[in-house]
Design a binder for this molecule. Structure first.
Ligand code: ZN
Length: 332
């Protein structure tokens, strides 16, 4: 058995470019409709640091968008949560001191990592995480007083788990799962403990990833998608595939590509092929294998492929594949 957890990172581009309505609200709406029509829940990871900046500059944004766009972002999240979708914590540290001038976002430290906060005596990674978590909790508790954040996805650290220090801080904040790693060296493991603090464990639940040859990865659709993103974000292609460590960089085979199970990038056939690999692995470990799918609202152009994939899973694979969200994940 495998349990598929579809997730979406909800944000504009990491350098502050992009359009909140066209790159966030509209694609998320289309995506969520497809999930709703197939009876599947989505786990949304909105970039809370960015949304806090939308709030701070909401009157400036209102002039540009001719409406209260911050309120629309918030209303959409509340609406999707009330329909049964899950919302968990995503943070982009480069937004923590963002300013908005002449209809542009200015992010002074584009590559800031969460561990960088600890260089400042007045501000540390724990306060940063706590502030973001409290903001999201307060937002959702308006409609569900029992809402709890149990999963986080940090960023700007490569596709890997958080540092030991930050992992302990996540545990202190009640976070049980982190999900960002694409470490194919651990492919046989559906999750692993990354920190244990006073009996509380933080698990990494990786984004399902398989190694593929770069030649077989070529597709006209992805050429379009990467070209589109390149217009917004010149770091996109090269920044996208960061290795886990210096060791893996030196040993890296550039003909091998780490193909994440991303429903914005893959065709339904490629996603089905990955599910088959996951099913073989679940037989080896003899328990339910949680498979995290990733996506970004700003990358969502291929709704037909997602719809077809969900329909195939719900028919041909219905006895061996279930769908879940982070709030009801089971790890034993
Ligand atoms: Zn993100």
């Amino acid at each position: 058995m495998i349990n598929i957890i579809p997730t979406v990172d909800h944000e504009i581009f990491g350098n502050g470019r992009g359009h909140i309505e066209n790159n966030m609200i509209n694609p998320l709406k289309k995506m969520a409709n497809i999930f709703d029509n197939n009876g599947v829940s989505l786990t949304i990871f909105p970039d809370i640091t960015e949304i806090m900046s939308f709030k701070k500059y909401s009157s400036n944004l209102q002039k540009y968008y001719s409406k209260d766009i911050y309120q629309e972002v918030k209303d959409q999240l509340l609406d999707l949560y009330s329909k049964g979708h899950d919302i968990q914590l995503h943070v982009h540290p480069q937004w923590s001191d963002a300013t908005y001038k002449n209809n542009n976002w200015i992010l002074p430290k584009r590559n800031r990592k969460i561990d960088d906060f600890n260089a400042d005596a007045n501000f540390n990674s724990f306060s940063f995480l706590k502030e973001n978590k409290t903001f999201l909790e307060n937002m959702i508790r308006n409609i569900d007083k029992n809402y709890e954040i149990i999963a986080a996805r940090l960023t700007n650290q490569g596709w890997t788990q958080p540092s030991k220090k930050v992992s302990r801080e996540l545990i202190r904040l009640g976070i049980k799962y982190h999900s960002l790693s694409n470490n194919t060296n651990r492919l046989a493991l559906p999750y692993w403990p990354i920190s244990n603090d006073s009996g509380e464990i933080l698990y990494e639940v990786p984004i399902f990833t398989v190694n593929r040859s770069i030649i077989s990865y070529f597709s006209l659709f992805r050429l379009f998608l990467y070209s589109h993103n390149l217009i917004f974000n010149s770091n996109f292609i090269f920044g996208y595939q960061k290795s886990d460590s210096k060791k893996s960089q030196t040993k890296r085979n550039y003909l091998i590509f780490r193909q994440k199970l991303d429903f914005c990038h893959l065709s339904h056939k490629e996603m089905e092929a990955q599910v088959k690999i996951a099913l073989q692995m679940s037989k080896k470990i003899n328990k339910t294998y949680n498979i995290v799918m990733i996506s970004h609202s700003k990358d969502f152009f291929n709704g037909k492929s997602l719809d077809k994939f969900l329909k195939i899973m719900k028919s041909k694979y219905k006895d061996v594949v279930s769908f879940g969200k982070f709030s009801n994940i089971s790890i034993k």
